[in-house]
Design a protein around this ligand. Structure first.
Ligand SMILES: [Zn+2]
Length: 121
């Protein structure tokens, strides 16, 4: 994978993630106001539950986006460092086909899986 091509893709991805992050922040801000306005009535409790559920989904989506953004930034750093395409843990080359599908990958498959196992706990 050509680092310059990877950089181009990462910058596009980064701009898209920032846009989504901003849109989510806005939607989270709005639902917060809606919720505080509902306090006195109970006939809208189903609506409030829906808003709360949406909020939870937005919050979890936002944490996914922020996680991805951090990874994109790290991949961009690696391009500058000249270590792009090499695993951050062991330095082994990351599979070419994987970099094409996931240009923000900063770990080899083995260490990516190890990290995901840790996060599940
Ligand atoms: Zn590794």
């Amino acid at each position: 994978m050509d680092p310059q091509e990877a950089k181009r893709q990462l910058l596009v991805l980064r701009a898209r993630l920032l846009e989504q992050d901003e849109a989510l922040s806005e939607s989270l801000g709005i639902s917060l106001e809606e919720e505080s306005g509902e306090e006195s009535s109970d006939q809208h409790s189903a609506d409030v539950a829906a808003v709360t559920l949406t909020r939870e989904m937005d919050l979890s989506l936002r944490s996914t986006i922020e996680h991805l953004l951090a990874q994109v930034d790290r991949a961009l750093e690696k391009i500058e460092e000249g270590t792009y395409g090499l695993c951050d843990r062991c330095g082994a080359p990351i599979e070419e086909s994987r970099l094409q599908a996931v240009p923000e990958a900063t770990l080899c498959l083995e260490h990516q899986r190890a990290l995901e196992r840790q996060e599940e706990i």
